[in-house]
Design a protein around this ligand. Sequence first.
Ligand code: P6P
Length: 332
Amino acid sequence: MERSRIALPIGITLDRFIKSKQDEYPQAAGEFSQLLRDIALASKVVNREINKAGLVDIMGYIGQQNKAGDEQQKLDVLAHIRFSRAFSKGGEAAGIISEETKSFTDFKNKGKYVVAIDPLDGSSNIDVNVSIGTIFSIYKRKTRPGTKLTQKDFLQKGSEQVAAGYILYGSSTMLVFTTGKGVFGFTYETTLGEYVLSHPQMRCPANGKIYSINEAGLPQCPNPGIGRYLDKCKKDGFTARYIGSLVADIHRNLIKGGIFIYPATDRYRDGKLRLLFECNALAMIVEQAGGMARNGSKRILDIAPKDLHQTTPFFVGSKRLVKELLSELQRK
Ligand code: P6P
């Protein structure tokens, strides 16, 4: 993997970072940079809403469900509106798909990019004040700029992403993203209202001692290899950490090393997590940081999507741990 040539000082703002990297993407001519700025701007607005959620009556359910059947919470919908508005105003995204809507939104502009976004993942944790996240993928549109978008523009493999990332609304708010030349983490400095570089060239430890899985689902798990692997982890002195908020679990394992497991179960025969809105972006991030992301038989980034909301089993994290799990899954 080619790493970014320019080592940048910790503390540089996101805007300065983007400008300094722009020459690494001559073909981007600024549109791409503007897209990243749009994402950062929207995340600051969402961050503000999340931080006051406990005070203003925007908690709780609005009595609707999204396509995946998740109960939509006010903050999910608000985050969807904020990100959609930032993209449509920014003009660089020709359209988006969102976990919160059934089909794609065509902004009818001349943008070269399309975005897949989970505006607020882990929303079941909103009411209990646990970290939640935004996950995004950026692709080049397949059809000619200025023409109508089609599903083909969005049904792209994860390996086609030009950029991917997440925002973690946690003890601090972080924007972590990659453009294919390493992974960079920015922490939101609230007094400045700026994201500043805090984690240059993030690397996922090749090994680790943390496993993340909702073990309540194990009895419904058809593949006995998962249970065998967990028994091995327990024997080897692993610790279990599962927040139930995907971005938070992935971020911790990315930094400390570990493996996140969401297998196919009787309830979720193709896995629960969405390929286009969650897994592709996180798989690109983890791979760029030296980790691994698989669905069992395939690299996540090689899966050719057939449906906007399709799901996939998701095994992701430290390379050695994912490989050990895969070998257990192959043993019947
Ligand atoms: P479970 C949250 O709803 C989410 O989509 C991810 O953030 C999280 O990893 C997963 O579902 C949790 O699912 O079945 O363990 O509650």
